[in-house]
Design a protein around this ligand. Structure first.
Ligand SMILES: [Zn+2]
Length: 258
């Protein structure tokens, strides 16, 4: 119901009606301004909160999870840190999903290969992870996705079906692009905020306090601090018989097109 494709016709109709009524001085023009503000507010909220699926369908958790499984996910790699992270995941017999940047795969191809060899799943996180991603048009988003896919496909060799937009931003251009490239958008319902918060105890407490079966947790395999936090989270999970699986396993979706 509260989706972009449903709301736009309603707001557009209201806007036209408002303009006609204002033109004949039945109501004030300020009502039209309110409609524009609501439109802008909903679009901004829908762009920034990946859990809303406002512009396109987004998988961000397993709603009716059974058992004790959840999915740890890592964005922006591979980086040299990913090597140590893979050791850590192996130590705890955990599987994860890595949303990789094309240019990072080019830099650290060996590490990318190791991710695959060790049974983890990879998804597309664009070629360049542009800071202006939210302002790219449909063709530019498609190009970012396709370029990253081409690099992955050279190595795996399968086309990815999972896509995570940089910064979790979605908008009409991203929605049209993923429809064209046939990718499933994978979000999260739990962000670790390792990069934003300073105190590691608080970060771990914040993650573990709300951790539950079916969660998709966002990390970035870009800092040693992440390694320390993930170790403590994995230890917490181990003590409670909780297990990290890939997004593919958690959501029962196909990660690759064969
Ligand atoms: Zn990212």
């Amino acid at each position: 119901m509260w989706k972009h494709k449903n709301i736009v016709p309603v707001l557009l109709s209201l806007g036209i009606l408002c303009a006609i009524l204002a033109l004949f001085s039945v109501i004030s023009w300020s009502w039209c301004f309110v409609i524009v503000l609501v439109w802008m507010g909903l679009s901004t909220w829908g762009s920034l909160d990946i859990r809303l699926s406002y512009f396109t369908e987004i998988f961000y958790r397993k709603r009716y999870a059974d058992g004790q499984t959840l999915a740890l996910t890592f964005d922006d790699g591979p980086t040299p840190v990913t090597h140590d992270l893979l050791d850590l995941l192996r130590e705890y017999d955990a599987k994860a999903t890595f949303f990789c940047i094309g240019k990072q795969i080019n830099k650290h191809t060996d590490i990318f290969k190791r991710i695959i060899e060790e049974g983890h799943v990879v998804g597309n996180h664009t070629m360049n992870h542009s800071r202006a991603f939210g302002f790219l048009n449909e063709d530019q988003v498609v190009q970012e996705i396709d370029s990253c896919d081409a690099i992955i496909q050279d190595i795996i060799p399968h086309k990815t079906r999972f896509f995570r937009p940089p910064f979790g931003v979605t908008n009409p251009a991203v929605a049209k692009a993923v429809k064209q490239t046939k990718h499933q958008v994978i979000g999260w319902n739990h962000r670790s905020l390792v990069m934003l918060l300073k105190n590691e105890d608080k970060i771990v407490e914040r993650i573990t306090r709300r951790l539950k079966s079916g969660d998709i947790v966002l990390f970035h395999d870009t800092s040693v601090k992440t390694l320390r936090v993930v170790r403590r989270v994995l230890e917490y999970m181990k003590q409670r018989d909780m297990r990290s699986v890939t997004v593919e396993q958690l959501l029962n979706l196909e990660a690759y097109a064969y």
